[in-house]
Ligand binder design. Structure first.
Ligand code: ATR
Length: 260
């Protein structure tokens, strides 16, 4: 039986096992996908299990998407560009790190028929997921990306890699068509991003990478003020679909009721 795991810390909230096991069953594959909470010191050992074929594939989630990199034999060009790995597999005796978050974000936007072409997109946050979003937006022909992070240095560091970015102070709101919450604010119920919603003219797209809770305060408020909202559920489903394809060479079926 093939074995797949998702590693992270915490990992309890992860819906990856539910999704992958559903597709495994649907496609009559003999495999099992489980979750494992690990610490930084466990990474080397777990990756060597891929080399030894005790584990067939790993998904990596917060906070290890960057810290797994030194233990891998190779990165795909996308993983290298994003400096972020969420999918690990073995090929030609090498353990390879890939990134399906970029594609997941891209497909998630296509799913709702939203085009970022020539639009202004405002990203909140400069943490682990930000580079994947920036790469996807650029692939989709975004007009301009404005980014703001509480710790401004981290935003400035991203600008060194992606020179077209405009960095603005945390708390300021630029003119935009789409705003993305790429911070971890909203995961806890009392988390709130302080924005002056009344100052933002309606009909914007408010996008939250968070999908659990289903609607963060960021999205609830945005809706109240007449904006379109979207959570990170489809991005999550599509990144999983792409990982599944890498491991099983089969594109499983996606529909928006998958995790309901
Ligand atoms: P990391 O920063 O280690 O990559 P992450 O979970 O990928 O961790 O990213 C967390 C993001 O949420 C960061 O952009 C972080 O801002 P800082 O760089 O200033 O830490 C942001 N974030 C977390 N808590 C926040 C808060 N209370 N207010 C504003 N931003 C917050």
């Amino acid at each position: 039986m093939k074995k797949y795991i998702v590693i992270g810390n915490p990992i309890e909230h992860s819906l990856s096992p539910k999704l992958h096991n559903h597709w495994i069953k649907e496609n009559n594959i003999t495999a099992d996908y489980s979750k494992k909470q690990i610490n930084q010191t466990d990474i080397e050992g777990i990756i060597s299990e891929v080399k030894d074929e005790k584990i067939d594939g790993i998904n990596v989630t917060v906070p290890f998407k960057k810290s797994v990199i030194p233990y891998l034999d190779e990165l795909t060009s996308l993983a290298k560009e994003a400096q972020s790995v969420n999918t690990i597999f073995k090929k030609d005796n090498k353990v390879i790190g890939d990134n399906t978050d970029v594609g997941g974000f891209e497909q998630g936007l296509k799913h709702i028929n939203y085009s970022v072409k020539n639009k202004k997109v405002f990203i909140l946050g400069a943490g682990g997921v930000a580079p994947s979003i920036i790469i996807a937006l650029r692939k989709l022909g975004v007009g301009k990306i404005i980014l703001s992070n509480r710790t401004k240095d981290k935003a400035e560091n991203l600008k060194k890699i992606y020179p077209g970015l405009e960095i603005i102070d945390w708390g300021k709101i630029p003119d935009f068509n789409m705003i993305i919450n790429a911070t971890s604010l909203g995961l806890k119920n009392d988390d709130e991003i302080k924005l002056n919603y009344a100052d933002i003219t309606p009909n914007k797209l408010f996008y939250d990478v968070i999908y659990n809770p289903n609607k963060t305060k960021f999205l609830l408020k945005a809706k109240q003020f007449g904006n379109q909202i979207e959570n990170g559920k489809m991005m999550f489903i599509y990144q999983a679909q792409l990982a599944f394809k890498i491991w099983h060479n089969l594109l499983p079926k996606v529909d928006d009721k998958l995790l309901d």
